[in-house]
Ligand binder design. Structure first.
Ligand code: MSP
Length: 504
């Protein structure tokens, strides 16, 4: 039976250029998407830009541009970054895309008709920078938002409200499942919102224009979050004539993973399921809410101004190096750090000294001792090859539960074992003593293991993978999960490439 996988990132605000934080979420999604494809899934990977709202309207005004002109320029930068970082999305949705705009109007009308949206007035505090109505738990005593540090403004406005409060029981049931990860975030949502005052959500604004107008009352534009969250289904053709994609990728049999940063957990774990439930659609199977990349002890963010530019890092090192650091060094269940020192240390330890060194030692020995081609030798019963087969199993278990950092570390551990095996078995001595059978076995075991290690790192090391595999005398397209444990027909190794040269 065909397996389907749908993975999404948040759609990012084009209120400035993207930074490492955004690259983090998007790389996680890209790596899991590539892994699922290797594992035989048909995959739809969605990312995009969230282009409406007061903040964007103000930014455009500052530059004397129309909002659309302003976002068009910034979005070009998004697309360029994703290209440089090898992000292989299926669709990049913009909330200004015509099909999205039409569908969001329909969604609003549908919910209004069902009386799940009703006209009202909203009074409270609003953070323009985060486009978010704040509760008192989210601000300090001088009304500064804990997330961005900006002062929230008094706000009173005619609005339409979504009846979130009547979904308390539904949400309590949903939160008794494991749909939201990590567990700590679940508790936070239950304590602060669901089991506390579960308030209705304002879904339209009248004090600015840059948004999707509702048909029923054109002075209202849809408030960013109803517009933004809907992208996950409008991108698949929800409310359009052609909804083949929706049938495939938002069905009960599809595995749906949504990856977000922790500050937008409330929107994705409370309001989004309420909207989906109101529309009669299923809730995603998993909402993975990852921690922040910090700079010092603060969230790296545009509004704080402490950001690192991923393009600079890619240009200085490489996109594979950045992808590797993100996946290996930034586990999703906690906050992580990104500094040049940590980045270089991780690259040198893991990619240069461990993986790169292993590949170059083994390919050099195959060239030196066997002229680049080992006579066929079956090694699948060797203990180290058996370790490699276990590694495949353990790696898959971790990847299947979206634990990409641990999956990577399992592979790195196998590479360390291989390096140690070289030290212990001393192929250079075997050659001197003319123990050619033993030498052949050692090198065949290592060659087989390197193919496995490289293949498991393929979703991360997109550009390097073909070189890693060529260096072992194989063609990258010959390898897949189905034949990974079988015997390969190796070709003569000619190249002596240096992969992952140490950063000085
Ligand atoms: N437009 C909304 C999301 C709408 S989704 C329907 C938004 N955009 S944003 O541009 O502010 O991007 C927020 C997302 O960027 C976070 O959820 C996270 O995925 C990523 N990150 C931004 N800064 C980050 C860190 N410092 N660390 C980790 N991820 C962060 O919110």
């Amino acid at each position: 039976m065909k397996k389907y996988f749908f993975v999404t990132t948040p759609i990012y605000y084009p209120s400035g250029n993207l930074h490492i934080g955004h690259a983090y979420t998007t790389t996680l999604a890209d790596v899991i998407s590539r892994y699922k494809k290797e594992d035989g899934f048909e995959v739809f990977f969605l990312t995009g830009s969230d282009e409406h709202g007061q903040k964007i309207e103000e930014k455009a005004k500052e530059q004397n541009l129309k909002p659309k002109e302003y976002v068009d320029e910034i979005v070009k930068g998004f697309l360029n970054l994703w290209k440089l970082l090898n992000i292989d999305y299926t669709r990049f949705i913009r909330t200004t895309d015509e099909d999205h705009v039409v569908a969001v109007k329909e969604i609003f009308s549908d919910l209004l008709e069902k009386k799940l949206i009703y006209p009202s007035t909203y009074k409270g505090k609003y953070c323009i920078s985060c486009e978010e109505f704040l509760t008192k738990e989210q601000m300090d005593e001088t009304f500064h938002h804990f997330v961005c540090g900006k002062e929230a403004k008094n706000f009173e406005e005619e609005t339409y409200m979504l009846k979130v409060s009547s979904f308390k029981k539904y949400l309590q049931e949903l939160f008794s499942t494991d749909f939201l990860e990590p567990e700590s975030r679940k508790k936070e949502m239950l304590n602060n919102f669901i089991n506390n005052d579960l308030e209705d959500l304002s879904v339209t604004r009248v004090s600015f224009n840059w948004g999707i107008q509702i048909k029923e009352n054109p002075k209202h534009v849809i408030y960013v979050w109803l517009d933004a969250l809907s992208n996950y289904i409008t991108a698949l053709g929800y409310k359009s004539k052609n909804n083949e994609l929706l049938k495939k990728f938002w069905s009960k049999d599809t595995e749906i993973l949504q990856i977000i940063g922790k500050e937008i957990t409330r929107f994705h774990s409370i309001y989004w399921p309420v909207i989906l439930n109101s529309l009669g659609l299923k809730t995603p199977d998993k909402l993975l809410s990852h921690g922040w990349i910090l700079s010092g002890d603060k969230k790296m963010s545009k509004s704080i101004g402490n950001v690192l530019d991923p393009i600079e890092i890619i240009n200085t090192y490489s996109s594979d190096a950045l992808r590797f650091y993100i996946i290996n060094n930034l586990p999703t269940d906690k906050d992580g750090s990104f500094t040049n020192e940590l980045f270089i240390e991780s690259f040198n330890n893991n990619l240069a000294n461990n993986i790169g060194n292993l590949i170059s030692r083994v390919s050099n020995m195959i060239i030196k001792y066997f002229d680049g081609l080992l006579p066929i030798k079956k090694v699948s019963n060797h203990w180290l090859v058996k370790n490699a087969f276990d590694t495949i199993k353990n790696y898959k278990e971790k990847m299947d539960s979206y634990n990409m950092s641990e999956a990577t570390q399992i592979v790195l551990k196998l590479a360390q074992e291989c390096n140690k095996f070289i030290e212990d078995s001393k192929p250079w001595t075997l050659e001197k003593e003319n123990k050619l059978e033993e030498l052949l076995e050692v090198l065949s075991v290592l060659q087989k293991n390197i193919v496995i290690i490289s293949y498991l790192l393929k979703p991360i090391l997109v550009n390097s993978y073909p070189n890693m595999i060529n260096q072992m005398g194989l063609d990258p397209k010959d390898i897949n999960f189905k034949n990974l444990e079988k015997d390969f027909k190796f070709k003569k190794i000619i190249n002596k490439l240096v992969l992952f040269e140490r950063i000085k």
